[in-house]
Design a protein around this ligand. Structure first.
Ligand SMILES: [Zn+2]
Length: 310
């Protein structure tokens, strides 16, 4: 069985200004690297559908969806519509956001129905900062949460784990699932750092591990072994979702952790082992951050080499 690679050209049309780091070139860099090394030919490509309102309302309020629709209407007539100082919409952004969430929902279906062994969603806007009722930090809809909720509601899975190795804490994912006993979140994040969350909400199911600026792969591997793996063993998730941000890379200028491609390959192997042990190998991974283009492209490739078993 193959790994699914899910994307859509609409995700390239969303732009937040000429100098914004979360830019269409990120997806192009990933495509180019996967083509150059031939890995794309070993996966099956799928086109992301649009998420439906019904699917999004499992993780967002109706007001949130309405407010994004209103911002999209403003953007159509007036260039960019700002949702926070870092997050804006152009006339294509809403459609891209529906595709990004739709990609993770399709990935969930393909993996649970056994049509592929696992899946990666190469999409933008990213999602893990989007809270139930708020867009922020480059994120409009919480893509990974929409996929996890689909597994819980449409397929009646009872235990889902969300693994988040983006350099920023996934405050949106925590906001959505903090009180849901069916979901465990394990994460690392630079601390103190944007969005300044992740400590207060910690619990047995919110295994969020802060890392000091300057931390490298050795510390990352230590905390994964010491905290994530025992938590996953306790919880025995039936499926794993990955908020795959690559902005903890040493070359990424948005943050100050020092991970390398090898660390992403290593953690993906650990995720794969856990999935094989408890979850019939079921993994859905979706792109979050990662802004240094060559490092992003190489890191995604390292992640996908492990997922695809190449
Ligand atoms: Zn990030």
């Amino acid at each position: 069985m193959h790994t699914a690679f899910i994307s859509h050209p609409d995700c390239l049309l969303h732009e937040m200004g000429a100098y914004h780091p979360e830019r269409p070139a990120r997806l192009k860099a990933i495509d180019d690297e996967l083509a150059a090394c031939g890995l794309i030919d070993k996966m099956v490509r799928y086109s992301a559908p649009l998420a439906t309102h019904e699917q999004l309302k499992r993780v967002h309020t109706s007001e949130h969806i309405t407010s994004l629709e209103a911002a999209a209407a403003r953007a159509s007539s007036a260039g960019l519509a700002y949702l926070d100082p870092d997050t804006a919409m152009n006339r294509y952004s809403l459609r891209a956001a529906y595709r990004a969430a739709g990609a993770v929902i399709l990935a969930t279906e393909l993996v649970i129905e056994g049509k592929v062994k696992n899946a990666f969603c190469s999409v933008r806007p990213p999602g893990h900062h989007a809270e139930r009722d708020r867009a922020m930090g480059f994120c409009l809809f919480n893509n990974i949460a929409a996929g996890a909720a689909h597994a819980l509601e449409a397929y009646a899975l009872e235990r889902i784990a969300i693994v988040d190795f983006d350099v920023h804490h996934g405050n949106g994912t925590e906001d959505i699932f903090r009180n849901d006993p069916r979901v465990m979140m394990v994460s690392i994040f630079q601390h103190p750092f944007y969005p300044y969350s992740g400590i207060a909400g910690r619990s047995e199911r919110m295994v969020n591990i802060p890392l000091a600026a300057g931390s490298g792969g050795e510390i990352f591997r230590k905390v994964v072994s010491q905290f994530w793996i025992p938590a996953l063993e306790r919880f025995k998730p039936q499926m794993l979702f990955v908020s795959a941000g690559f902005d903890a890379h040493q070359n990424d200028e948005l943050a100050s952790l020092n991970f390398a491609e090898d660390d992403y390959a290593w953690v993906t192997e650990k995720i794969r082992e856990a999935a094989q042990k408890y979850a019939e190998g079921r993994i859905v991974s979706a792109l979050e951050g990662g802004y240094a283009l060559p490092a992003l492209a190489r890191s995604v490739t390292a992640h996908l080499r492990v997922l695809s078993g190449d």
